[in-house]
Ligand binder design. Structure first.
Ligand code: DGJ
Length: 372
């Protein structure tokens, strides 16, 4: 069965693809290439089991952003028990960028190893010759092993000189949420040799072609922003710590008016919390927090800014051909039935010192011309 053509975004409702099936691309990102948008996201299955990766990363394509063609599984999980991406690992927040030098498409994602909860905190990288795939898994790792961030303090570096303290820290377990313990401990030094933790992530390519990885690190307490190597297949070793001990997750970034804008979330598992926003003149910071960008109430669940309409940020999408038009993508997670997670796409509005995302029951791209 094919779906009737759509000409609107209707946040939270089932969003059928060209076959009439709810789009299965959660925690996603969108690449524009060769006149088409490609939407990549986590393919979820039904039930709570669907929070792990049973299938892989699903791709869809579109020319108008409303109607999406199912392009199939771009990156498939493996049946090899020795593979990092063996079925039932965790693959989250996949993002794809184009590497002009090689002509290849590079996918990065947050990877957790099967059966290890969220302790591995790695990135996975896969490559393809065509935008929709198939992608070949290349490697997984923790970023920036053996490098200090540009803004590391002498005290943070000195912690390395106490191997006993490091070993003791290794035995502690953290729950990934805001807690007073992590800020007291030298987590950055603990992970210096093996690489820094990398959970919720996004990628960003700047106007000069340099690419960056932004992720929740240090037990989720602090974001790391890393420049990628010129081949986009690994981090370069140049990185900074930002929003120290602010417990940001779900970073999404765009560039507008020569400045860098971020929407992110707090750190409460699958449950929604107040969105956050920030602006910077350089991707390296300093970043200035601007507060909650959400405005209005989602009448379907009665949730407003305090719970970000029930959603969590995942991407800031530049609309092609419309100057200064961006769409904020949020996921409304359904962890008990992961496949039923909803896509909440809303228009972004900028003022000189704020970024806002206002609730709309239905809307279309004419909103950016001031028509709605
Ligand atoms: C919040 C993150 O943003 C999601 O991507 C996912 O990792 C959940 N936490 C898991 O609880």
């Amino acid at each position: 069965m094919t779906s009737p053509l759509r000409a609107q975004f209707i946040p939270v409702e089932i969003w059928p693809d060209d076959r009439g099936v709810h789009i299965n691309a959660h925690g996603g990102g969108v690449l524009f290439h060769g006149g088409r948008y490609y939407w990549f996201g986590e393919h979820k299955i039904a039930g709570a089991a669907g929070n792990a990766a049973h299938v892989g990363v699903h791709a869809y394509s579109s020319t108008d952003l409303y109607n999406w063609k199912d392009e199939g599984i771009a990156l498939a999980v493996s049946d090899d028990p020795g593979s990092d991406i063996v079925r039932e690992c965790v693959i989250e927040r996949p993002k794809v960028i184009f590497h002009p030098g090689s002509g290849r498409f590079i996918m990065w994602f947050h990877l957790e190893m099967k059966g290890q909860g969220y302790q591995a905190a790695r990135v996975g990288v896969a490559v393809a010759e065509q935008p929709a795939g198939h992608y070949t898994f290349l490697h997984s790792f923790r970023p920036n092993a053996g490098y200090w961030p540009d803004n590391a303090t002498a005290a943070q570096k000195a912690a390395l000189a106490d191997p006993a303290a490091m070993a003791a820290l290794d035995t502690l377990k953290f729950n990934g949420g805001d807690n007073p313990e992590v800020p007291q401990l030298p987590v950055l030094a603990r992970d210096f040799a093996g690489g820094q933790m990398a959970r919720d992530m996004t990628l960003f390519v700047d106007d000069d072609g340099a690419a960056y990885h932004l992720c929740a690190s240090e037990e989720n307490s602090t974001l790391h922003i890393s420049r990628l190597r010129d081949d986009f297949l690994a981090t370069s070793g140049r990185y900074v710590r930002v929003f120290e001990n602010r417990w940001h997750e779900a970073p999404a970034v765009c560039k507008h008016g020569g400045r860098y804008w971020m929407i992110s979330s707090g750190c409460t598992g699958w449950a929604p919390n107040p969105a956050r926003s920030a602006v910077a003149d350089s991707i390296w910071g300093p970043w200035t927090e601007l507060g909650n960008p959400a405005v209005g109430v989602n009448p379907q669940n009665g949730l407003g800014p305090e719970q970000t309409f029930g959603g969590q940020s995942t991407f800031l999408l530049p609309v092609q051909g419309q100057k200064d038009a961006f769409i904020a993508l949020f996921d409304l997670w359904r962890p008990q039935d992961a496949i039923d997670g909803r896509h909440l796409w809303l228009p972004v509005r900028f003022t000189p010192d704020r970024i806002t995302v206002e609730w709309r029951d239905r809307w279309d791209l004419r909103v950016f011309a001031g028509a709605m």
